[in-house]
Design a protein around this ligand. Structure first.
Ligand code: SF4
Length: 231
């Protein structure tokens, strides 16, 4: 049985894997320190956890007729050695598997892509500015290398960016979106940070100008076949 460190569990959701009824398993630990992170309690890989993977599998068996997928989220799922086995165990139950990730372990991400039914990949910022968000040196390298691997795979995906006005301007979002479009991204979502429960309490309570955001939404809708803005 897979060895996983689990920080949380949502038994049923329709939001985390579009078009699917899924359970979400939040894996404990992340190597980045994104200033807007809304799950800071999942950052510490050594934090005590109370949920066993064996119990999760048991719950999945019991709910098998009500769900069609499991989402591995975090934290950063790719940091856990047991992820591949866990994916295989879920697939053996006839369930689909989705992954929420920032792609920070690129080799493992590339190896797992063929087993995944859907991926949501967080792209933090343009490569040279990624560290401003993650507070980890050279994190843009892995983040964008993962995107390259995703785009040459056949795995369905969403690329998403969480935007906070103190970390990326509306012009910066436009430059980022044009770069993503140039790489061939077809499914893109922009998530506006809500300034609540941010890891970095110094992130100010700024908001994008609503008119500027509306204009941006119009431009981004024209760049991607599938685009969504989430407020
Ligand atoms: S938002 Fe950043 S710090 Fe938080 S879990 Fe995701 S990658 Fe890690």
């Amino acid at each position: 049985m897979a060895a996983l460190r689990i920080g949380g569990l949502t038994p049923l959701t329709t939001l985390d894997y579009p078009g699917h009824l899924a359970s979400v398993v939040f894996l404990q630990g992340c190597a980045w320190r994104c200033r807007y992170c809304h799950n800071p309690e999942l950052m510490d890989a050594g934090a005590p956890t109370e949920i066993d993977w064996a119990d999760v599998l048991h719950m999945l068996h019991e709910r098998r007729e009500f769900i069609d997928a499991v989402v591995f989220s975090g934290g950063e799922p790719l940091l856990q050695n047991g992820l591949e086995d866990a994916i295989a165990e879920v697939k053996a139950m006839g369930l689909k598997v989705a992954l929420h990730t920032s792609g920070m372990v690129v080799k493992r991400f590339a190896q797992l892509l063929p087993q995944l039914d859907w991926v949501a990949l967080d792209i933090k910022h343009l490569p040279a500015q990624t560290d401003l968000v993650t507070q980890v040196e050279d994190s843009g390298h892995a983040n964008w290398a993962a995107l390259t691997r995703l785009l040459v795979s056949e795995t369905p995906y969403e690329v998403r960016t969480t935007a906070h006005p103190q970390l990326i301007s509306a012009d910066g979002i436009m430059r980022l979106a044009l770069t993503l479009q140039g790489m061939g991204v077809e499914n893109y979502a922009l998530q506006i940070s809500h300034n609540q429960r941010c890891f970095d309490p110094k992130l100010s309570n700024l908001h994008y100008d609503p008119l500027e955001l509306k204009e941006l939404e119009g431009k981004l809708s024209g760049l991607f076949p599938h685009f969504e803005i989430r407020h």
